[in-house]
Design a protein around this ligand. Sequence first.
Ligand code: ATP
Ligand code: MG
Length: 408
Amino acid sequence: MDRKKAEKRIEAEAPAGGREILSRLREAGFCAYFVGGCVRDALLGLSPADWDIASSARPEEVRALFPGARILPTGLRHGTLTLLSDRPYEITTFRTEGRYGDGRRPDRVAFTRSLEEDLSRRDFTVNALAWSPERGIVDLFSGLADLEGRVLRCVGDPEKRLSEDALRILRGLRFYSVYRLAPEAATAAAMRALRGRLSVLSAERKEREFCLALSGRYAGEAFSAFPDLLTALFPALEGALPGLSLLDRLSPEPEERTAYLFFFAGEETLTSSLRETRFPRRFCERALLLRRAAQAAPPRDRLAMRRFLAGISPDRAEAAFRIRFAALGDAETLRARELLARLRSENALPPRREELAVSGETLISHGLAREGPEVGRALSLLYRAVVDGEAENSEKALLSYYKRRGEP
Ligand code: ATP
Ligand code: MG
């Protein structure tokens, strides 16, 4: 990217509250920069979610400079506190990371007064950019050129950096999938070679990165380039992967994409794989439901479709058809998608069961059903009649339908 243009872009984006923090730190003789993801995102033309600040000041020194401010001790041991201004700002003391004993966390962190040292510990060149109003963009590792060329490159030796912290392998996949930053050859080779290390990561870190990667706009391209990362995470997918380049045809929702990944592998495989990786139960349940709906033969006519929709919301049905069509590419599923769209546009979707226009109490008060299981049976019968188009969904129509039923 043209450096001047880059400077302008970030100058325009940087929020006022954060800039005040930078200048107060500077006036007190410290260095302070916006750093990492916010600089990367602003340069990519996206709105950064958080504007992280890195500074030579120690946490106590930061605190002393902002006596009236609300400050949260986010990760004091690692030198991070959060200062609440026009939005929350994480301020982290420049640090170097010590040896990584376990491939997960540095054994210790050491504070430093040097921005250069702090930037060198960061994972990828595009994440090792810093910016301050005085110095402009600080780009020690050609992160700007890599952003421009859409290249993902480790800071330093990829094998070394990815083995220090295996999460970086998944972060790499995520940056490819979300921003289309394609790992350059040495980084890509190290991501593949070290995939076995993913097993040392905690379930939470793995799940978060995996979901972010999976929901990326370029997930199709990224996962097709790294299918072995997927099978390293879920060995049971070996030999049962669907076409990964079609991932972007699904909605970004990670549960929907997961249901697709396990389309050919089977329901038990999905359950056991997600459980082993300790995904949250809600995630598993939703992925499982979607997969199950996608396995069902798609309804062929209006009546069958309305009956199908009695058991599943239209949105979920749509997701199921998307999954099935991506997996099988069959004309039948395509027709079902069109049929559903048509029912939707004609306002001809069946009501949800809770929307049935009579309640159990009404049936009882009209002497049409006795309390107990009879009420449930009566409501089911009426709901079915509405779904099948035999009765209109109004109290009057349903009561008269119920009275008439059984009559020849
Ligand atoms: P996002 O905030 O969009 O999820 P990010 O790159 O900002 O992405 P954060 O977790 O907020 O990710 O980290 C902020 C910065 O810290 C990164 O940009 C990077 O410079 C550095 N960083 C984060 N995680 C690691 C890691 N595992 N190894 C090395 N550096 C890291
Ligand atoms: Mg961030």
